[in-house]
Design a protein around this ligand. Structure first.
Ligand code: NDP
Length: 325
């Protein structure tokens, strides 16, 4: 069976992403073939493309999407042909068909469109573990969320509010601040115009932040340490502005801070854990408590355009690729 996919034979800029015809192998035992309705674009895909995170070449980026199962191998009990499914952690998802370990596929209820389902797994499950496990937020807590109009950031804002916490959000433009406020942020700071530490202290006071959720990295890390309360938690979970340089443990000593550098894949180690996160997120979406905001959809062939937009801070919400565009 043939399909189309994005391929890269070298690392580099968005121009290394090429649209190509591929052969889709028959599913082996435990595998399923899925016709991809939409693939999620995530910042990690740009790290794979640029070489910041090493990948074997040639390589098809993408690890997330939603679609319909078209074939299953032997020993597959999790899904059947015709099932609507979503996933994260399936390599080569920038494609019109993907062969997946059937155990990675999560059921999509009939009342959730596939174009919405594709936008959920990676970023929403990340937001979920950050606010549930890295620092479990509750009423009385105050958190700082950077890039709060972005795909992951706005979901953290919404989930923090669902847990009853106060949220201080940062973003890079007035339009983005409004998107963060619409997500529930109590305070919104334009960190391109204001000093983060001064603005956070003006909003909630000195040393008042219980947890910092920082996907921006190099540009915001030091400010995050400065606004945390004693024994607060710095969760640095991404590198949108560049990787955080090495940190001395002594930098944490004055306030006895905790430093975490978590990733999603350590937070879905078993099918039970992955499905429990998915089910709670889906129940919020079905109840209208969590808005999944798709900022832009490109055709699969325009994956490089999507990467350029994401890396140039031009986007908000979730970014998707579909064959039709
Ligand atoms: P976003 O949709 O949040 O886009 C990135 C945003 O980062 C931009 O829109 C921009 O918002 C902000 N930003 C700040 N500085 C820069 C810069 N120099 N270059 C580009 N963007 C910048 O992307 P994602 O939601 O996909 O990912 C957000 C972060 O979360 C990434 O670092 C990603 O690696 C990380 N992540 C980590 C996971 C984990 O488990 N560890 C899982 C998922 C994501 P603004 O204009 O408002 O500054």
């Amino acid at each position: 069976m043939t399909a189309h996919a994005i391929r890269m034979t070298t690392t580099g800029g968005p121009e290394v992403l090429e649209y190509a015809a591929i052969d889709v192998p028959d599913p082996r035992p435990g595998e399923a073939v899925v016709e991809v309705y939409a693939s999620g674009v995530n910042f990690i895909d740009t790290y794979h493309r640029s070489g910041l995170y090493e990948v074997p070449l040639p390589f098809t980026p993408g690890s997330e999407g939603a679609g319909v199962v078209t074939a299953v191998g032997s020993d597959v009990n999790e899904v059947a042909v015709g099932d609507r499914v979503a996933w994260v952690g399936v390599a080569g998802s920038y494609a019109t068909r993907v062969v997946a370990n059937a155990g990675m596929l999560m059921n999509v209820p009939d009342d959730i469109e596939l174009g919405v389902a594709a936008a959920i797994p990676l970023q929403a499950m990340t937001a979920h573990y950050l606010i549930s496990d890295t620092y479990p937020l509750g009423p009385g807590d105050t958190c700082l969320v950077h890039a709060a109009a972005g795909g992951t950031g706005r979901l953290i804002v919404q989930m923090a509010k669902l847990r009853g916490a106060q949220v201080v959000a940062t973003a890079g433009s007035e339009e983005k601040l409004e998107i963060a406020r619409n997500g529930g942020a109590d305070h919104a700071i334009n960190y391109r115009e204001s000093n983060i530490v001064e603005a956070v202290e003006a909003a909630v006071g000195k040393d008042a932040i219980d947890a910092v959720y920082d996907g921006v990295g190099a540009a915001t890390f030091d400010a995050g340490l400065a606004v945390l309360r004693p024994r607060g938690v710095m969760a640095t979970f991404g590198n949108a502005s560049g990787a955080v340089p090495p940190v001395s443990p002594l930098a944490l000593m004055p306030k006895s801070l905790f430093l975490a550098r978590p990733s999603l894949f350590s937070h879905m180690l078993t099918a039970e854990e992955r499905v429990a996160r998915w089910n709670e997120i889906i129940s919020w979406v079905q109840a209208g408590e969590l808005e999944i905001r798709v900022g832009h959809t490109w055709s699969l062939a325009d994956a490089g355009v999507a990467h350029t937009a994401l890396e140039s801070r031009a986007t908000t919400g979730k970014l998707l690729l579909t064959e039709g565009g």
